[in-house]
Design a protein around this ligand. Structure first.
Ligand code: NIG
Ligand code: FE
Length: 434
């Protein structure tokens, strides 16, 4: 860092975080791939925060001399990482679906359950009956869990309303929660999640409703940044998906897509053709699909817990994607059906074990690449001067433990936009369990 002469008092800042074993973070504002995916690990450094921004990351003794902090935080030998950016979640729902989990344990598949009226359709009933206030209250509790596990930004999809009024209700719930809660929510309209029951056998009528009424109203409301579609032969095929996403784009929405999750339909090629911000899932993507994504520079958002949860044998070929120069992001896909999990540390462990990602690659995927997939790489995703101070402190002796050790939440404290928004209750005053 640039150490300037300062008075005896030092330059005033809001926070000085010291006593850290390591600061681990990717670098830069754009998506990282190849060797640049390995996050950098710094030792002996402290972090200064002011006005919601990181102002310095540098030699701890030097920062102590340079800055006069209003508040200090002793990291007690822990590891500081950027707050996780969970770039794929479906967090607005009323009831849970544990009976479907049991059905899968007994051998039924996701599609069989869906075709028998379960799946997404069962969540629709709950969301339609629930008021905006009830949905907001449930969402706020879930947002607390995200923060406790170190997630400071989520992308959040609608998709369990599937009528004009219920989808707009869900977008309003997201806007209200964004106002009330410190977590940052990036809203996505997923009206094309399934065909609702009243349109059974009339899929093209529902697609027309999306095209003519829902997408224009959603765009006009200003409540969504992105639109999304579940591109799969049992839901929306390639032609419907192309029309829907083109319409969303014309109306000014960004495009994210659920593609090649259960079958190799060619959704990745379509996401590339459309220049989507992200192509998500990709368990069944073909080599041609990977090449198309690489040529178009689309960010793959990978959700390694989902095939585990669905007992699906295919998994996203993450290493082949990295070899092809892609910059994958990692996400939970938190939802009541195919992944009732909010923990990004858990996602990182599974990305390491199943994809063969190194811990430092997985960290970059879960922070910087995820932020880039949401158009926020310039502001979020790394610990560097000028970036927003979104940070998670882990009671781990080194960053390798982030994947090596799992089944326990390692998050001790969380800052969002320079504000301490969570501190593990038993470590008031910053004690930890090292
Ligand atoms: O991402 N793929 C579609 N949507 C979710 C599942 C949602 C649900 O089953 O409720 C997913 O896996
Ligand atoms: Fe999803």
């Amino acid at each position: 860092m640039d150490v300037k002469e300062v008075g005896a008092q030092g330059k005033p800042v809001d926070w000085l975080i010291t006593g850290l074993a390591q600061v681990a973070s990717a670098k830069g504002q754009g998506p990282v791939s190849g060797a640049a995916m390995e996050a950098t690990v710094q030792e002996g450094v402290a972090v200064a925060i002011s006005g919601g921004e990181i102002v310095a990351v540098g030699d701890a003794a030097e920062l102590e001399r340079t800055y006069q902090a209003k508040e200090r935080f002793d990291g007690q030998g822990g590891v500081l990482i950027p707050g996780f950016v969970d770039s794929h979640t479906h967090p607005i729902f009323f009831g849970t679906r544990e009976e479907e989990f049991e059905m899968r344990l007994a051998g039924k598949t996701y599609v069989e359950i869906s075709e028998a009226g379960g799946g997404i359709l069962s969540s629709i009933r709950g969301v339609r009956e629930a008021s905006k206030e009830v949905l907001t209250a449930r969402l706020l509790k879930r947002l607390d869990r995200f923060i406790e596990m170190g997630t400071t930004t989520i992308e959040a999809k609608t998709g369990y309303g599937l009528s004009t009024a219920d989808e707009l209700k869900c977008l309003e719930v997201l806007a209200e929660a964004n106002r009330l809660h410190p977590i940052e929510i990036v809203p996505t309209f997923l009206g094309a999640h399934d065909v609702p029951p009243e349109f059974k056998g009339r899929k093209s009528d529902y697609v027309n409703l999306l095209m003519e009424e829902m997408l224009p109203l959603v765009a006009e409301s200003g409540l969504a940044e992105y639109c999304d579609v579940f591109t799969e032969s049992h839901v929306f095929g390639l032609e419907d998906s192309r029309r829907l996403m083109n319409r969303g784009r014309e109306l000014g929405l960004g495009v994210r897509m659920h593609v090649d999750q259960l079958t190799p339909l060619g959704g990745a090629q379509l996401a590339a053709e459309l220049g989507a911000a992200s192509a998500d899932h990709l368990e069944c993507v073909t080599p041609e699909g990977i090449d198309a994504l690489a040529a178009a520079g689309v960010i793959p958002v990978l959700c390694p817990l989902v095939p585990l949860y669905l007992r699906q044998s295919e998994e996203a070929p993450a290493r082949a994607m990295i070899r092809a120069g892609l910059a994958p992001a990692l996400a939970t896909d938190f939802n009541p059906g195919s992944c009732y999990v909010q923990s990004m540390p858990e996602v990182l462990t599974w990305a390491a074990l199943r994809y063969g990602m190194s811990t430092r690659e997985a960290l970059s995927a879960a922070t910087l690449n995820a932020a880039c997939s949401l158009g926020r790489g310039a502001r979020l995703g790394t610990i560097e001067p000028g970036k927003q101070a979104d940070l998670a402190l882990l009671d781990l002796p080194n960053v390798g433990h982030l994947t090596y050790e799992f089944g326990r939440n390692p998050v001790v404290a969380v800052w969002k936009n320079g504000r301490l928004v969570h501190q593990r209750p038993e470590v008031q005053g910053v004690r930890n369990s090292l």
